[in-house]
Design a protein around this ligand. Structure first.
Ligand code: PLP
Length: 406
């Protein structure tokens, strides 16, 4: 079969070899859907509790939503919704590259970072090349590794009751031939930061045909240095960025993968390059061009987060030292009971990670949402929650392989 030649930017370097690889990969992928935070957060709340009912501090969303500039940009582009506007898509991705001092070939935009996350794991792991992840950390890479039948090596966080950071020496020791090492920085669910020097060491240590993936979904909330400059230096790392967190665009959908051009080609070849929604491009562009957005929102988040962490500590609870929009709260009893008891009051908190069964993840919401949470939490902790269980999985969620990686 002769394949038409596509421009590089569209094909992601879709050579015949890559095409066959993609076909083989998609057959492996059969039955393993992408798993996102939205799926994981909503897996066990009753009947997908309506989003406009109750308090949702379960999915690390940003209640501030898209910025005013982003909303205006969406409204302005709507009349052009009958067109693909490919030039705007490319221009947007080039803008990010320019802002980061990168060559445009080092950046690909996707509707959210879940897709490139999944594709990167698909591209680099296999039955003989494991996925190495911290525990607890974001689970999506583990679901992707199920598609390639790669061994999943979970490495407990170092100093779990203190700094709770990725244990880089142990992650490096986990395999001499890792396929992909996933480092979420700041980590979801703990909100804690792994020192830059340690991440750089991991990047410098892995074999050339492996890759380190640094997921910077929450980096804007923190002072942690980004690993994007390491891409610029030619290092073997891919970095994920999303507009779902600080930029408040989880429902609008936009994200980036950043890496060496050859690495990105290998990853992009496993998926399509579906045109991006022009509304998302417009909103994300406006967000990138607003220099006050990150510092303003970071400050608001820090204020709310610290207020809540202080409150919980004053009540005698242990909370991870988060610099993000979520933290882990040790409830000193099965976290699932506390989650179920709060859900009965229509306060939906985050999930429980099997490695830390007595902790729950709390997303920092608005002041009003957090006041309601605090009140309900105190009541729940004074009550007997024994025997309470979260709602059974929603029928759509039963199709997901949730239990298999936990
Ligand atoms: N990475 C991490 C660590 C996340 O927590 C999330 C979402 O919560 C994502 C990636 C993916 O987000 P999205 O697909 O909305 O960009």
């Amino acid at each position: 079969m002769t394949l038409p030649t596509l421009p590089q930017s569209i094909s992601g370097g879709l050579s015949r070899r890559n095409f066959l690889r993609a076909a083989a990969a998609s057959s492996l992928l059969a039955g393993i859907p992408y798993v996102t935070e939205a799926h994981l957060a909503h897996a066990d709340i009753p009947k997908f509790a309506p989003s406009d009912q109750g308090i949702h501090i379960d999915a690390n969303e940003n209640p501030m939503g898209p910025s005013e500039g982003a909303q205006k940009a969406i409204a302005a582009i709507i009349p052009k919704g009958g067109r693909y506007l490919f030039d705007k898509e490319i221009g947007f991705s080039d803008l990010f590259a320019q802002q980061q001092g990168l060559d445009p070939s080092m950046v690909i935009a996707y509707p959210g970072s879940s897709e490139p996350l999944h594709l990167a794991v698909m591209a680099y792991t296999s039955p003989t090349r494991p996925l190495v992840v911290a525990d607890p950390s974001y689970e999506a890479p583990m679901y992707a590794a199920m598609a390639t039948k790669a061994p999943i090596l979970k490495v407990p966080l170092a100093d779990p009751r203190g700094a709770a950071i990725n244990d880089i020496p142990a992650m490096l020791a986990a395999s001499s031939t890792p396929g992909l090492i996933y480092i979420c920085n700041p980590n979801n669910p703990t909100g804690t930061v792994t020192p830059f020097e340690q991440i750089e060491k991991a990047i410098d240590s892995v074999p050339k045909d492996s890759v380190v993936m640094v997921d910077e979904a929450y980096i804007h909330f923190s002072d942690a240095p980004s690993c994007i400059p390491l891409v610029k230096q030619g290092k073997n790392v891919v970095v994920l960025r999303t507009f779902s967190k600080l930029y408040g665009m989880a429902g609008i959908r936009m994200g980036f993968i950043v890496g060496q051009p050859d690495t990105l080609k290998k990853i992009a070849a496993l998926g399509g390059q579906n045109p991006l929604p022009i509304t998302a491009v417009a909103a994300a562009r406006a967000s990138l061009l607003d220099p006050s957005l990150v510092p303003t929102r970071k400050k608001i988040m820090a204020g709310l987060r610290e207020e809540n962490i202080d409150f919980l500590r004053s009540q005698g609870y242990t909370v991870t030292p988060s610099v993000s929009n979520c933290f882990m709260l040790d409830v000193r009893r099965p976290g699932k009971q506390v989650k179920a008891a709060l859900a009965a009051k229509e306060i939906y908190i985050g999930r429980v990670w099997p490695a830390w069964p007595d902790s729950v993840r709390i997303t920092v919401g608005t002041q009003a949402e957090m006041s309601a949470f605090q009140k309900a939490f105190v009541q729940v902790m004074q009550s007997n929650t024994a025997g309470l269980e979260p709602a059974p999985l929603h029928p759509r969620m039963r199709e997901m392989p949730f239990s298999q990686v936990s």
